[in-house]
Design a protein around this ligand. Structure first.
Ligand SMILES: N[C@@H](CCC(=O)N[C@@H](CS)C(=O)NCC(=O)O)C(=O)O
Length: 215
């Protein structure tokens, strides 16, 4: 059974979580508390030397980092996978876009402006700059989704999950999401997919990582 190391509220951790749920795959979640610094502690680094979540442990005991890579493993052979060589290449194109034009801007603006605002004091200029960069990425995404129901056309899949992870919490990063109407319609369509569960469920049945691991 898969074990997903995750932190509460994380869009990156939500991606493999949602994929596992939608494919009805058995897994458990161990909650690693970023705010308490557990990702940087020795106990967690013995599991993932990169000190980041999500981290996925396979049934065979092989660890895998990077949220979007996890989607390719978890969904392999399922209806959520891109089907043709061109679709696979397009999927990777949008996943790299997500990791360079969206996630690095939405995530810190949300973390310092919404999740841990006490840490954002004095960082207002940085937060404003991240919001502007995120808006530029969202404009590109909006133009794409104006002509496509889902990221690769007509069919929902892992590319949508990869993009949705952080885009759907853009409002918590202080971004006026109504400025991107095609993105908003697409988010509605994603929420209508079978087996959809909200981000608030991510750690609802999780066991705390710290309880089972010496520091
Ligand atoms: N590119 C990575 C990003 C992973 C990442 O930045 N994770 C954050 C939480 S969302 C983290 O573990 N931060 C821990 C820390 O900074 O100590 C992915 O997509 O999985």
């Amino acid at each position: 059974m898969y074990v997903l190391y995750a932190t509460r509220g994380s869009g990156n951790c939500f991606k493999p979580f949602l994929t596992l749920c939608q494919l009805s795959i058995s897994f458990s979640v161990l909650e690693v508390d970023v705010l308490k610094g557990e990702t940087r502690g020795d106990a967690f680094r013995r599991i993932n030397p990169a000190g980041a979540v999500p981290y996925l442990m396979t049934t065979q005991g092989v660890g895998l980092g990077e949220s979007n890579a996890m989607l390719w493993l978890i969904a392999d052979g399922s209806s959520l996978m891109p089907q043709t060589a061109l679709e696979r290449a397009k999927s990777l194109q949008w996943m790299f876009f997500e990791q360079s034009k969206l996630e690095p801007h939405i995530s810190p603006a949300r973390f310092l402006g919404h999740i841990a605002p006490h840490l954002g004091k004095g960082r207002e200029a940085d937060i404003a700059a991240w919001r502007e960069k995120a808006r530029a990425g969202l404009a590109t995404l909006d133009a794409h989704l104006a002509g496509n129901a889902f990221m690769l056309g007509d069919r929902y899949g892992i590319t949508d999950i990869a993009l949705y992870g952080y885009v759907h919490v853009g409002d918590e990063a202080g971004i006026a999401m109504q400025d991107f109407p095609s993105v908003c319609s697409w988010m509605e369509r994603v929420r209508e997919q079978p087996g959809y569960v909200p981000l608030s469920e991510l750690c609802s049945t999780a066991k705390p990582f710290a309880a089972g691991h010496a520091a």
